[in-house]
Ligand binder design. Structure first.
Ligand code: XIL
Length: 392
């Protein structure tokens, strides 16, 4: 039994299925343009006026499995281009995708996303080089304590090296820190990487990423550190401990990613707790990226107006803490429209069978109240002194 009840939920969260979501029942299709584009500047533009980078993730080409979202759905693509100044790989560069077998590489989907981002004038963000919860099945047979360091160094050199100079930021390690039974004493998640290399796997991964792409801002991307509950207190403390350890060891790391899958109706949010954490991270000289913003609406009412108001309120209270903080340089939404909503394929979907409304836009690509909450928070945010750029 886990020390923290929340840890149970995270496990099903991590088991999120790889299946693509079909366009929602009864919603407008790819030929119907998104409503209202001409009447609003778009989040990317509003954020850019404050030197904040705003974008979202999208899936790439998955021929056997679903659409190349931004590329195949013209209406969705128009919305994406209007709202986003950055595109993040949702799925494509995770190890099981780039490397279906130990010696077989597949970069087609990631290449298409990079091509799309470049043609659209968007920054490109890489998620993620290592994630011990999402590893290829063959890993355990191929990699042991004797070859682990060389293996992951080589893996990262190949993936990050392929896109060198074109990735504003890499999530080098995803969800490294956990709580409960899955956590070692230092808070690091036990798993194939930790078990073979101990905490050094973080040092090795960041070093390799910096060697392969010296211009990219390297990020430790962490989940479940936003709320005022014991499990997340523990994670915040252990995250700060790892960041200090890495910086003391002169490991190249530039940012902490805070995933921000918000969970209204369940976990306690205390502005001062999050604010203190942001201060502590910034005091280490690191930037903070909001990397996976969305609203897990499984504990909000079924009634759609009430649910949408609940989602907007959660984002509003969260961004009211986050956006005034000068270290926060980027917001990445984990999806854009409920039309393609990863939560539907995960253990975090609603128990009543109603479709999740996690995203800023509905199935028909119309903005929801949560969109206005982001607009208002960006408009109220102080301008940063400079935009986010690649390292010199
Ligand atoms: C999810 C993707 O959105 C899905 O398309 C995929 O099937 C599973 O992974 N935290 C993360 C992301 O760091 O990588 C996850 O993305 C969502 C939770």
């Amino acid at each position: 039994m886990s020390r923290f009840p929340h840890a149970i939920g995270r496990r099903s969260f991590l088991a999120a299925s790889a299946a693509a979501v079909a366009i929602g029942p009864g919603c407008a299709g790819a030929d119907t343009p998104p409503p209202g584009l001409a009447t609003r500047p778009g989040l990317g533009a509003i954020a850019a006026s404050k030197n904040i980078l705003f974008g979202a993730c999208s899936r790439g080409l998955i021929p056997e499995n679903g659409p190349f979202r931004v590329g195949n759905d013209a209406a969705y693509s128009a919305l994406f281009q209007h709202e986003c100044r950055m595109l993040t790989t949702e799925y494509e560069v995770k190890m099981p995708n780039t490397r279906p077998r130990p010696d077989t590489w597949d970069f087609d989907a990631a290449d298409m996303l990079l091509d799309y981002a470049t043609k659209s004038g968007m920054a490109f963000r890489g998620h993620c080089l290592l994630w011990s919860s999402v590893m290829p099945k063959w890993f355990a047979q191929e990699v042991d304590a004797g070859n682990a360091e060389a293996f992951i160094t080589d893996h990262i050199h190949k993936v990050a090296g392929r896109y060198a100079g074109r990735v504003i930021s890499w999530d080098v390690v995803n969800e490294a820190i956990t709580d409960g039974d899955e956590a070692a004493e230092d808070g690091l998640r036990r798993g194939p990487l930790y078990d073979l290399m101990g905490p050094r796997y973080l040092d090795i991964a960041f070093k390799a990423a910096h060697e392969a792409d010296p211009k990219s801002l390297l990020c430790l991307n962490q989940d479940a550190v936003e709320y005022d509950v014991d499990s997340q207190d523990y994670r915040r403390e252990k995250t700060l401990g790892q960041l200090r350890r890495l910086l003391d060891a002169k490991v190249p790391i530039h940012a902490l990613g805070i995933q921000s899958h918000l969970e209204p109706g369940w976990l306690k949010f205390t502005p001062e707790v999050l604010s203190k954490f942001l201060d502590d991270v910034a005091a280490l000289g690191l930037k903070v990226f909001i990397t996976e913003l969305d609203v897990v609406d499984r504990r909000l009412p079924a009634d759609i107006p009430a649910r949408d108001q609940g989602a907007a309120a959660a984002v509003q209270e969260f961004l009211a803490v986050v956006l005034p903080h000068p270290a926060v340089a980027m917001i990445n939404s984990w999806g854009l429209s409920d039309r393609y909503n990863w939560i539907e394929d995960s253990g975090m979907r609603r128990k009543d069978g109603r479709r999740s409304r996690a995203q800023l836009f509905d199935d028909d690509l119309a903005p929801k109240p949560v969109y206005q909450a982001v607009v208002d928070a960006l408009n109220a945010a102080p301008a940063r002194s400079a935009p986010l750029t690649l390292l010199p």
